[in-house]
Structure formats: structure tokens, C-alpha cells
Design a protein around this ligand. Structure first.
Ligand SMILES: Nc1nc2c(ncn2[C@@H]2O[C@H](COP(=O)(O)OP(=O)(O)OP(=O)(O)O)[C@@H](O)[C@H]2O)c(=O)[nH]1
Ligand SMILES: [Mg+2]
Length: 200
């Protein structure tokens, strides 16, 4: 089965997207496979509200495992399965915490084999006079930009400063698909779904 990974810096909204996108595709119960970077694998089932309460939050590096979901979406007259993977946030340099370092290495490992790479950035944190596109984001985009299933998700578009951030991203990554979304409000998901469907 083809996989779709959600990558990006910590706190940009990857987990919020993974949960709300599954809900958007019709899931009420989320069966989440937890692949730990160090330690045993696990599995948990949440309803959508529980998943948001438990798995998302403003703490840095809230997610430290791969969180996978078997999902499917309508494509043409049929349905196509795919594996959605939420990942550990990536940062520049060598992280001092061993667990986080291993988790980041695990994230890089799943990017290699993914059919779809959704690279999320927080558009509300990017300003024109002070372009806050992180070095790690520039490197990720450079690495993945030639892959057909690569797209940028400009998240937190529900916050007013995100309009300016989106404009900066569109200027900087002119030749790449960029989807403005609000993972929180489930906005822009139809377009993301169409993109994923083309590559799974
Ligand atoms: N306003 C707004 N807030 C959002 C949105 N998406 C996520 N957030 C908030 O941003 C914070 C981080 O969200 P997460 O989904 O946990 O971010 P993450 O990228 O998974 O972070 P790590 O697991 O640390 O890598 C939470 O407080 C969310 O409520 C959005 O579309 N709009
Ligand atoms: Mg997360």
C-alpha cells in the first residue's frame, strides 16, 4: 500500500491534520498504529475529539513516534487505500535529546519510500520582512521537490497573519504545489484529497 507522510517542523499542525483529515475522509474512530523510535510498537483507538486532546498540543515535540493510519478515499468509481503517517517534527542541527534524535531519524527514513510527501509549514509564522522559512524547510523542499507526490501545506490559514506567510511561500516555491489549509478548521482539505488521490 502506498504511504502519505506528513512532515515539517514541530508545532506546525501535522498531528491536527492527520486526525482531522481522517475525520474528513469519514473516520469517526481512529485506529492509530504507533511505531516507536526506541521501544515496542503499539496501537490505540481514539474518537476524533480524544485524538485531538491527547495527541496534539503546543508543546515542542509532542509527537515522538510514527503514528500510522490505514485510510481510504474515493478515486473515480472505486476506493483506494493508503497509509497516512504522522511524524516527529524536524529541526536544524543535532537535537540534544536522544529519543527525539532517533525519532527524527525515523521520520527521515519514511520520507524515502513515501508516494506522497505533505510538507507542512505554519504560514502564520512567516513574514515578508523577516522570512521565517526555516533552514530545515528549505533543505526538505530541496530534497523532495523533484518527487511527483511532493506538496507544501501552508497551515493555520484561519489566523490572519497567514495570508502574508502564504504569499511569501508562493513566491519562494513558485514551481511547487502549495495548498493553503486550516488543519484546525478542516479547510482546504478537498484540494489536498485530490492531490493525494492522484499519487496513491
Ligand atoms: N489556529 C490554528 N492552530 C492550529 C492549526 N493546526 C494546529 N494548530 C495548533 O498548533 C499546535 C500544534 O499542533 P500539532 O498538530 O500538535 O503540531 P505538530 O506539527 O504535530 O507538532 P509536533 O508533534 O510537536 O511535531 C496545537 O496547539 C494546535 O491546536 C490550525 O490550522 N490553526
Ligand atoms: Mg505531532
Amino acid at each position: 500500500m502506498k504511504s502519505c507522510v506528513v512532515i515539517g517542523q514541530s508545532n506546525v499542525g501535522k498531528t491536527m491534520f492527520a486526525v482531522n483529515f481522517a475525520a474528513f475522509l469519514g473516520r469517526q474512530e481512529l485506529a492509530i498504529a504507533i511505531k516507536a523510535a526506541d521501544g515496542p510498537d503499539g496501537a490505540r483507538t481514539y474518537n476524533v475529539d480524544e485524538a485531538i486532546l491527547t495527541l496534539t498540543g503546543p508543546e515542542v515535540h509532542k509527537t515522538r513516534n510514527l503514528l500510522g493510519q490505514n485510510l481510504e478515499m474515493g478515486v473515480g468509481k472505486g476506493r483506494k487505500p493508503f497509509y497516512l503517517v504522522d511524524t516527529t517534527g524536524l529541526s536544524e542541527g543535532i537535537h540534544p535529546n536522544t529519543q527525539i534524535r532517533r525519532a527524527m531519524a525515523q521520520t527521515l527514513g519514511v520520507i524515502r519510500d513515501a508516494a506522497v510527501i505533505l510538507h507542512m509549514m505554519d504560514a502564520s509564522a512567516i513574514r515578508r520582512d523577516h522570512p521565517e522559512i526555516g533552514e530545515v524547510d528549505l533543505e526538505l523542499a530541496n530534497y523532495a521537490r523533484m518527487r511527483p507526490g511532493y506538496a507544501i501545506l501552508a497551515n493555520k490559514m484561519d489566523l490572519p497573519p497567514a495570508q502574508e506567510g502564504l504569499a511569501v511561500l508562493q513566491q519562494r516555491f513558485q514551481e511547487l504545489p502549495i495548498f493553503p489549509i486550516s488543519a484546525l478548521r478542516r479547510q482546504g482539505f478537498r484540494e489536498v484529497k485530490r492531490f493525494v488521490a492522484q499519487h496513491i
